[in-house]
Ligand binder design. Sequence first.
Ligand SMILES: [Zn+2]
Ligand SMILES: [Zn+2]
Length: 451
Amino acid sequence: MLKLTFYGGANEIGGNKILLEDKDAKIYLDFGQSFDFGDEYFYDWLQPRNVNGLEVMFEFDLMPKVEKLYSKKVLHFTDLKYQKSDIDAVFISHSHSDHVNHLPYLDETIPVYMGHGTKVILDAYKKLYKQYYDIGEHQYNLFESGDKIKVKHLIIEPIHVEHSIPGAYGFIIHTTKGPLIYTGDFRLHGPKSQYTKEFIQKAKEAKPYVMLCEGTRMSNDVKENFSEEQVEQKIDKIVNESKGIVFAYFSMSNVDRFFSFYNVAKKSKRTLVIDTRFAYILESLREKINDLPDPKNDKYLKVYFRLGKSKIFDKTDYKVYERAYMPNMITYNQIKEEPKKYLMHMNFFKLMELIYIQPKDSDFIYSSSEHFLEGEENEDQTKVMMNWMKHFGIKFHIAHCSGHIDKESLEHVIKEINPKILIPIHTQNAKDFETLHKNVILPQKNKEIEI
Ligand SMILES: [Zn+2]
Ligand SMILES: [Zn+2]
């Protein structure tokens, strides 16, 4: 008997936390945090502190009250008694917060499986932003695409997929009922689409009984389906037409997007300027992605150092890991002299640098999910950012494509893999899947499905 319980990822984009039970085997597929997690009760500085445990989450039904799952240290003020866990493993598809962020609550005795790339990214973020990114101490087991991992009688095959972050995987899980496919988050319109194609091929060959399929972009308000290549072309055009420095905002862990900007910089004989944190992430990722440039000495890359206490960029102003990039450093002084030579990574919290750079005839490319610009909860922040753009006369552009597969391609993928049962996850449009498949089961949050 195969049972699935959706503690997250049902009728919502993200927050995947899915329990799979087959005979005596129990595994979780991802253990993420919903994007709107706690929005109703937490605000600004009103947030759970480190000392708080699950009593806060249980109060508002924000986490499932399940026995034999959580770490002893988060149960102290709850009415759940700590018992040794009966969960055999947690399998993580990739390092986005909506797939990993609740790992710190888990009992440390549960083995956690993830790809090498995912571990590298999580470790880098933990070093840079310890208060936000710390998934806790666990027994980590790292896998590669094509591995076959045995957990009791289950065999789990991770296969790489393309997504907006490196190290993303889908899983083929061999159960007593037949193969179960878990897509994780994936796309087909970037430079690594071959990865996803391999996954589709292997999933199809497995002749799956059931498929848990992401549907982030199933909504009908489909915007243009840009590919990563088209994004690069758009960036290229903006950069070439700009008469000043070009600023760009994009996620530091989106390697495909990094390459789009890096390629444009190279072609237009500009230097891509990144900060020390970005340099650290890039360097960490080079361990697995060896065509990434070395931030310590690449000639198309410079590492930006902000003014420190000494006011003369003395090494004692910076953390030890930052000092390693000083041989390739750049400051506002050089940028101000020849602004047209640079394409600079910029984000909201670094806007203060504009006062030193004093940009003229400059452009800003916003190259990340537009939800931020559109979201009501970010209204104040967006307004402040736009005020800065106006003050410095900076032209604002958007160039972005999604990390998720578009609706039309998804239809082909489902036909190709052809599972007997289809379960939509990671979507707000689960019902729309019924138009794509004749046997769809709609999951409900915290409800068990027997298949
Ligand atoms: Zn996701
Ligand atoms: Zn994701």
